[in-house]
Structures are given as C-alpha cells and as structure tokens.
Design a protein around this ligand. Sequence first.
Ligand code: PAF
Length: 294
Amino acid sequence: MRIVRDRRQVTALCREWRRRDARKLALVPTMGNLHEGHLALVRHARERGDRVLVSIFVNPLQFDRAEDLAGYPRTLEADTKRLAEAGVDALFCPEAGEMYPEGATSRAQVRVPGLSEVLEGESRPGHFDGVATVVAKLFNLAQPDVAVFGEKDYQQLLVIRAMVEALNFPVVVDAIPTVREEDGLALSSRNGRLSRAARRRAPELHRCLRDTAEACLLEPDQWPRIFNELITNAEQRLRAAGLQPDYVSIRRAEDLGLPQAGDRDLVLLGAAWLDGVRLIDNLRLQYGRFAGAR
Ligand code: PAF
C-alpha cells in the first residue's frame, strides 16, 4: 500500500493509475481511528473500483469545539496496518497544513444551505461547511469515480449528495448501511471515549429509535399526526436512561424536510449526549418496510 502525505503526489498517483490500468477509482474519505464500519466502506470500495484510495484526515474545519478536535482519537499506525491488510491501494494522510496551506481556515468554502443548518447543523454550526469543503477538496485532488460514505452520518450523506449534484462533481456517491455492535450501538470512533458505565447505557439510543420506529410503522395511516407524541416519549425515555437528548426527529428521507401528509419515505434521527460524548443514530422509516436493523 502506498502512503502519500502530499496533495500534489496524490493527484499524480491517481492520474498514473488511470493512465496505466484503473478504469474506476474508488475513494473512502475517513478521519481515521478505523473500525469495522470503515472496513465495510473499504470492502464496498474494492467491489466498485479497480483501485481504492482511503484518506485519513482529522479535518479541523468541521469541528465546532476545540476540545473535540484535540481529543479526537488519532491511531495512524494501527489504521495503516488495517488498510494494508484490507487490500487498499493507497492511503492519503496529509497534515492540516498540507490541506489548508493558507492557515486554520480555507480561503474558499463550500456550503450547502438549508440541509446544513438543521439537526446536526443547528447544534454544530459550521460543521457541514467544513465537511463539504474537505470532501470537495478530496474529490478535486483524487478525481474518484465513486466515493463511499456510511449511512450512520445520514445528514452528512445528504449534504455530500446535494453538493455533488449542485456543483456537478463527476462522482457517484455510494452509501453503506450502519454497522452496529451486537447490542445495537452504531459503530463510531467516539464510542471509545465512553466510560465503561456509559458504554453499557449507550445502546439505549438505538433501542429507543428502534421502538419509536416500530410504533410509527404500526400506524402509517396516522402519519404525521402521531409523530409529536412518539418523539416526546422517546426523549423522555432517553433522559430516564441517563442520556441527554439533543434531538429526536422524524424527517423526509430525501431532504430532511418536515413530513407532510402523504410522505412515505422518512427517517428517524436522534442525537444525545452521554458522558461528554455525542452519539448519533438514525433509522429509515419506509411505508410497508422497516429498514432498521435490530
Ligand atoms: O465522516 C467522516 O469521517 C468525515 O466527516 C469525512 C467525511 C471524512 C470528512 O472529513
């Protein structure tokens, strides 16, 4: 596996692959501290591309709290080993100064208005501008044919898809279902920061979303009238379990708009604080089908 830290070199490498043999290049952007969820993205990328590039970059632009950026787990050595074993062709792992040579912020930023300002965006102002900007930079540097993201960060996925469509990036965005621990907790690099006691309580977010989703799906003809009460109950249940809900919300899956009568493809999203760690999760609510894994 090639390891590249320089942005010009990553562009040159991808061009060289294309010239030699790669008809399709697949990119998996990450912030490192890799877990099974990331490896599922890599496996998918290997199926989709002749060459696979993974990036590891803890992007300062998308952190709204300095302590979150400082405490974000950095495990480059172990990550490199896992990626090499997973058959990745190259790892791009630049320093912050390489991605943002102009300083702590980018001179130009990408913003996806509307979608970036609700839910996660309301709690973490500027977060999705940072995500969209770094992903646009990675797309320009590598020019991938396919880029792979996880459905766990559902809002991020929609923001990236909207950016790709609006700015005509010639890349297909693939999404992979959330990978979970046996007890339902969605895999996340932040889970490692939970104390033992908090780790035991953390799956309650998923359980609560799952039960709320099931309650919704019992009465599809009552959508969206029944949602408010179910959401209030879910937030109470999270508080009773020792989590501090930030939001539980049911939105249109397509654009995170508020559901109207007749909308049938929805997503239930939740975010909660536990032990100083922010957990997020979501389940798709599709009429006639429960898309949430137990
Ligand atoms: O999901 C992530 O790990 C990050 O938000 C991403 C997409 C790599 C951008 O920094």
